[in-house]
Design a binder for this molecule. Structure first.
Ligand code: NAD
Ligand code: DAO
Ligand code: ZN
Length: 369
């Protein structure tokens, strides 16, 4: 079938709206009509050419929501009409990783997903006979896409696509990092580096679990108001701090953060996030994705003296199990999403969404089809 997609032909080039060919779902695969998709910093990161896994030409997008319109042979957990959220971190429930109970990093389709193809090694997308790569196994910048059954979370039938699409990445990543990865407890002091779509969700989760101080760090003062609305208690603009940021935060938090989250992707800030943690127990969680080849460093004594460095992918969430639960939290008013959506636009205007992100003017733009 012909579908409308925003194609990334090469790094650093604007996306191009094209009618591309999409093959029918094969065994174990599902055809999904994408109704809405967010635009995340990670899409921009890949488009910038800094992503070591970036492949072109491709159809980006990984923060979507849609409806099942067809299923391939052998698909049992989904049927036509189901509302779904695509999962860039799938959940096969059979691989060593899924069965370990220690991680959400299912490896069932990791190798082919990394090569931008479906589990059988081929792409369902093409344009004028030229193969287009899938992206993160999701490719939600198209009004129809094909995914493996294990990469779809079935959600409730009354969930609004244009809001819950953000649960496909930003919301789950931020909230999950607090609840699953860090396990922040009531009374803890939390520091959040970066108040974008990810950092704001860290903030709302920190408030939800009853954190004491929730300190937001961002160089863009325009991020302050919304962060405060979501639960930030103190704002720090590094540009306005005289001297080193680390001792400033250690002092502000009365000895250091119990938990510090890096939600930017800057290796220098990853170090600061670790070193502003409390001696003896403070834990820093890296969420941000750094550029290809970049490395983190600190003095080993920071770890010897009890600070802990961790990372979190998709908030440590097991998508098929946890995403429907987070949709329920939104529908029950336990978490907010609407406030994170700063712009809504048709796919034809998707390059504007990237411009707004780069200008620091958006939290999340949502593309509707
Ligand atoms: P974003 O661009 O919306 O937000 C980043 C924020 O950081 C902005 O508010 C910006 O002003 C601030 N910032 C930039 N440089 C800064 C500096 N030097 N000091 C302080 N603040 C600074 O991005 P996002 O969508 O929230 O994503 C954040 C990061 O998380 C990205 O690296 C993205 O790739 C990554 N990410 C990781 C996962 C995961 O599973 N680990 C999932 C999604 C996104
Ligand atoms: O190696 O098993 C693996 C999968 C790694 C995927 C990690 C995804 C999180 C970082 C990318 C940001 C996604 C928006
Ligand atoms: Zn698995």
């Amino acid at each position: 079938m012909k579908v409308k997609a925003a194609v990334a032909f090469a790094p650093k080039q604007p996306l191009s709206i094209e009618m591309v060919d999409l093959e029918a779902p094969k065994e174990g695969e599902v055809l999904v009509e994408i109704k809405a998709t967010g635009v995340c910093h990670t899409d921009a990161f890949t488009l910038s050419g800094a992503d070591p896994e970036g492949l072109f030409p491709t159809i980006l997008g990984h923060e979507g929501a849609g409806i099942v319109v067809d299923i391939g042979a052998g698909v049992t957990s989904l049927k036509k009409g189901n509302r779904v959220i695509p999962l860039y971190t799938p959940e096969c429930r059979q691989c060593k990783f899924c069965l370990s109970g220690k991680t959400n990093l299912c490896q069932a389709i990791r190798e082919t997903q990394g090569r931008g193809v479906m589990p059988d090694g081929t792409s369902r997308f093409s344009l004028d006979g030229q193969m287009l790569h899938h992206y993160m196994g999701t490719s939600t910048f198209a009004n129809y896409t094909v995914l493996p059954e294990i990469a779809l979370a079935k959600i409730r039938e009354d969930a609004p696509f244009d809001k819950v699409c953000l649960i496909g990445c930003g919301v789950t990543t931020g909230i999950g990092a607090v609840i699953n990865t860090a396990n922040v407890q009531a009374g803890d002091n939390v520091v959040v580096f970066g108040l974008g779509g990810i950092g704001l969700n860290v903030i709302q989760a920190a408030r939800m679990v009853g954190a004491n101080m929730i300190v937001g760090v961002d160089i863009n003062p325009d991020k302050k108001a919304l962060a405060e609305k979501l639960g930030m208690t103190h704002f720090v603009n590094p540009k306005e701090v005289e001297g080193d940021l680390v001792p400033y935060i250690v002092n502000l938090t009365g000895g250091g953060a119990d938990y510090a989250f890096e939600c930017i992707g800057n290796v220098k800030l990853m170090r600061q996030a670790l070193e502003c943690c409390h001696k003896g127990w403070g834990t820093s969680v890296i969420i941000g994705v750094a550029g290809a080849g970049e490395e983190i460093s600190t003095r080993p004594f920071q770890l010897v003296t009890g600070r802990v460095w961790k990372g979190s992918a998709f908030g440590g969430a097991k998508g098929r199990r946890d995403v429907p639960k987070i949709v329920d939290w939104y529908m029950e008013g336990k978490i907010v999403i609407d406030e994170l959506i700063t712009d809504v636009m048709p796919i034809e205007d998707i390059n504007k969404a990237f411009d707004l992100m780069h200008e620091g003017k958006s939290i999340r733009s949502v593309i509707t089809f």
